[in-house]
Design a protein around this ligand. Structure first.
Ligand SMILES: [Zn+2]
Length: 369
């Protein structure tokens, strides 16, 4: 058997069972949201992670453009998935608990309806293959629960409203990104304080801070997570929706850029690879669910969970994510973002995601207030 999953390579992935638990939680979130909130605490405590047994597989790895790949048919076998079907470009692997949807030639992957953007596309090398990096850094932490200490309990949330002061970030006719980031961050602070978290803001007014100052401040705290709030802008007026970034694992490029030699260096934030993706999964999922809940009559696009090498993500030593809460450059979305309903809903949703993540790390309820 190829040394794909030996213990040492596996240990720094940290807490796969946590992410798996989160996916199960996320799948039930839809139903869950319709229930009165008093039931939420009760119901959350009933979710147990469902371990997927792994089979002995003689991995048939192939090399393609400098990366290692394994066949999807072996992924299916390894994780005890019972069927693999293809319709058009879509390839579906599933069993009674899990559905994995891949796109031939694409990087979008759905695991129980949570959208991830793989580092490498699914390629046809005789049969369809996925990269070993994505197997180890996305799929395996989700599908193979292993008892690995990683995601620590935390009580502090460092909220980082992006930009500020002389750096306005993206700008449109209605306002600046720096101001929207701050508004949502202050609302998020309220949400978190209500739920008993300690909150640290990298900035709570319109001041300029370097990225290094943000990292330094965040790293002063123990038992913390880091959440950076941003809004997006693009040259294309068609770009819209929400995306959540986690730090690229070693050997994975910054989103939209080709690989550089420095991408192979381990960054402080890489110690948290699994916790990062778990936190991203929770926040990304709850954000889309809340914003797209029927009462708001919105359609917010899901741009998925992505990898990036933003300075705040590389330097912070806590589980960290950066959420882009919508496009200021989109002709309709910019009006949505400007409403207090959207801002409040997003803040609530990020708060929900943090709560879910903490729920999964602790396995018990935070103090109710
Ligand atoms: Zn920004």
């Amino acid at each position: 058997m190829a040394k794909l999953f030996d213990r040492s390579s596996f240990f720094h992935l940290a807490s796969p069972q946590l992410l798996h638990k989160l996916l199960i939680l996320a799948t039930a979130w839809n139903r869950f949201m319709r229930l009165p909130s008093s039931l939420h605490f009760l119901i959350l405590s009933f979710f147990l992670f469902l371990p997927v047994g792994a089979q002995q597989v003689e991995w048939k790895m192939k090399e393609y453009r400098g990366n290692k790949y394994v066949p999807l048919s072996q992924v299916k076998e390894f994780y005890n998935l019972t069927s693999m079907t293809q319709s058009g470009r879509e390839i579906i692997l599933k069993n009674s608990q899990l559905t994995l949807k891949f796109q031939a030639g694409g990087q979008e992957v759905f695991m129980n309806d949570v959208k991830f953007i793989f580092s490498n596309a699914i390629v046809a090398l005789g049969t369809y293959h996925m990269s070993v990096t994505d197997l180890l850094k996305v799929i395996d932490p989700v599908l193979r629960p292993t008892k690995i200490a990683g995601a620590k309990a935390f009580d502090t949330v460092v909220i980082d409203p992006g930009h500020g002061g002389k750096d306005a970030g993206a700008i449109n006719s209605l306002g600046t990104e720096a101001a929207y980031n701050l508004k949502v961050s202050l609302l998020l602070r309220e949400e978190l304080v209500k739920r008993g978290f300690k909150v640290v803001m990298t900035r709570s007014s319109d001041v300029f801070l370097t990225l290094q100052e943000r990292v330094k401040l965040a790293n002063k705290y123990r038992n913390a997570i880091f959440v950076s709030i941003h809004f997006n802008s693009a040259g294309s007026r068609r770009a819209r929706g929400i995306e959540t970034f986690t730090l690229s694992p070693e050997g994975v490029a910054h989103y939209g850029r080709s690989l550089k030699e420095s991408d192979f260096l381990k960054k402080p934030g890489n110690k948290q690879d699994s916790a990062n993706i778990a936190l991203a999964t929770a926040i990304h999922w709850t954000s889309l669910k809340r914003l797209n809940s029927s009462s708001l009559k919105l359609t917010v696009h899901d741009r998925g969970i992505r990898r990036a090498r933003f300075s705040v993500l590389t330097g912070v030593q806590h589980p960290a994510i950066l959420i882009e809460g919508g496009f200021l450059s989109h002709p309709k979305e910019k009006y949505l973002i400007n409403t207090s309903t959207y801002q409040r809903t997003l803040a609530k949703a990020v708060g929900d995601g943090i709560f879910l993540y903490r729920q999964a790390t602790l396995g018990k309820n935070p103090k109710k207030k």
